[in-house]
Design a protein around this ligand. Structure first.
Ligand SMILES: [Zn+2]
Length: 67
């Protein structure tokens, strides 16, 4: 015997569920080298720069002893 749905599966129910699954725009950050928008933790497509420093990190506040 073929398994069948016990109750009617309304189109509205499916469409309501599918409507909740929406695309979200990708998170973008500005490249610290060329100031173009890029995807975080990826190499910049404009200049190829990879390493990104934290915004609040200061050179003078670097703890000594690490390298
Ligand atoms: Zn760049």
């Amino acid at each position: 015997m073929t398994p069948l749905p016990k109750k009617k599966h309304a189109k509205a129910r499916t469409r309501t569920r599918k409507a909740a699954i929406s695309f979200s725009p990708p998170t973008l950050v500005t490249c610290s080298n060329c100031k173009e928008l890029k995807v975080p933790h990826r190499a910049c497509p404009h200049c190829g720069f990879y390493k990104q420093e934290a915004k609040d990190k200061k050179e003078s506040a670097k703890p000594n002893g690490t390298e």
